[in-house]
Design a protein around this ligand. Structure first.
Ligand code: AMP
Length: 287
C-alpha cells in the first residue's frame, strides 16, 4: 500500500492501475477511521477488480466558524495501518495547501438539497463538502465512490451533483454501522463523556420508535416528530437542532407517510453534535 500526499503522484499511480484494467474505487474520509469507514472499504473490495483508494483529508472548507476543525481527531498513523489491513492499495492524504490554492475562488453549490436538515444549522458546510468531493473526483477519476448513509443528506447531495454535472462516477451508499446499543459510529463519538455516551443512545431509540410505529401503520409525520422529540428530551439535557421526516429525494418535510421516507435527527449532547437517520417504511411498501 502506498501513502501519497501529492496530486501528481496520486494521478500517476491511479492511471497505472487503470491501465492494468482495475476499477478505481474511492472512499473519501476525514480519517479517525472506525468500523463504519472500514465497512465502506469492505464494500469497495467486494469487486475483485477494485483498486481501492482511500482519501484522508480533514477538509477545512466544510467546517464553520466555532466548529471543531482544530479539535477534530487526527490519527493518520493508525488510519494508515487500518487501511493496510483492510486491503486498501492507496491512501491519499494531502495537506490543505495541496488541496486548495490560497486564492481558490470556485465552489460547488447544490441548491435546494442544502435548504433543510443540517443545511441551515451549518451554513457553507455542504458547499465545502460538494467542492472537496468534486475536486477528489477530478483528481482520482474513480469508476465508483462509496459514501455512508450515516450522512444521508451528504449522500443525496453528492448523487445530485454527479447527476447535474454529468460526472461519470457511480455513487454507492453503504448502510450505517452501529454500536450494539444502536449508536451510529462516528469519529466525533470520542468527544462524548460517559454520561453523554449513555444519553446518545436516545437518537437511535427515537428513530427506531418511529420506524416501528410507521411499520405498524402510523402515517402522521407531525405526531411522530413530536414523539421522537419526547424520546430525546426524556433521555437528558439536549439541544435539538432538528427532528424531521423528509422525502428521500427532495429532503423536504412530509406530512403523510404513504411511501418510504427518511427520519433524521441532529442534537447537541454535551459539547458534541450528533446526527443520525433511518428509513421509515409504511406497511406493504417496497423500493
Ligand atoms: P467522515 O470521515 O466522517 O467524513 O466519513 C467518511 C465516510 O464514512 C462518509 O461517507 C460517511 O458517511 C461514512 N461513515 C461515517 N460513519 C459511518 C457509519 N457509522 N456507518 C457507515 N458509514 C459511515
Amino acid at each position: 500500500m502506498q501513502v501519497l500526499a501529492e496530486i501528481s503522484d496520486l494521478q500517476l499511480r491511479v492511471s497505472e492501475a487503470r491501465q492494468e484494467g482495475r476499477q478505481v474505487v474511492l472512499v473519501p474520509t476525514m480519517g479517525a477511521l472506525h468500523r463504519g469507514h472500514l465497512a465502506l472499504i469492505e464494500q469497495g473490495r467486494a469487486d475483485p477488480k477494485a483498486f481501492l483508494v482511500v482519501s484522508i483529508f480533514v477538509n477545512p472548507t466544510q467546517f464553520g466558524p466555532g466548529e471543531d476543525l482544530a479539535a477534530y481527531p487526527r490519527t493518520l498513523e493508525a488510519d494508515v495501518a487500518n487501511c493496510e489491513t483492510a486491503g486498501v492499495e492507496l491512501v491519499f492524504a494531502p495537506r490543505p495547501e495541496v488541496m486548495y490554492a490560497a486564492d481558490a475562488s470556485t465552489f460547488v453549490n447544490v441548491k435546494q438539497l442544502d435548504a433543510s436538515l443540517c443545511g441551515p444549522f451549518r451554513p457553507g458546510h455542504f458547499e465545502g463538502v460538494a467542492t472537496v468531493v468534486t475536486k477528489l473526483f477530478n483528481m482520482v477519476r474513480p469508476d465508483r465512490a462509496i459514501f455512508g448513509e450515516k450522512d444521508f443528506q451528504q449522500l443525496q447531495i453528492i448523487r445530485r451533483l454527479v447527476r447535474d454535472l454529468n460526472l461519470s462516477v457511480e455513487i454507492v451508499g453503504a448502510p450505517t454501522v452501529r454500536e450494539d446499543d444502536g449508536l451510529a459510529l462516528s469519529s466525533r463519538n470520542t468527544y462524548l463523556s460517559a454520561s453523554d455516551r449513555q444519553q446518545a443512545t436516545s437518537l437511535y431509540a427515537a428513530l427506531r420508535m418511529a420506524a416501528d410505529r410507521v411499520a405498524a401503520g402510523e402515517g402522521d409525520a407531525n405526531l411522530l416528530v413530536a414523539a421522537m422529540r419526547e424520546v430525546l428530551t426524556q433521555a437528558g439535557p439536549v439541544r435539538i437542532d432538528y427532528v424531521q421526516i423528509v422525502d428521500r429525494e427532495t429532503l423536504a418535510d412530509v406530512a403523510v407517510i404513504d411511501r418510504p421516507v427518511q427520519a433524521a435527527i441532529a442534537v447537541h449532547i454535551g459539547r458534541t453534535r450528533l446526527i443520525d437517520n433511518l428509513r421509515l417504511d409504511p406497511p406493504q411498501s417496497s423500493d
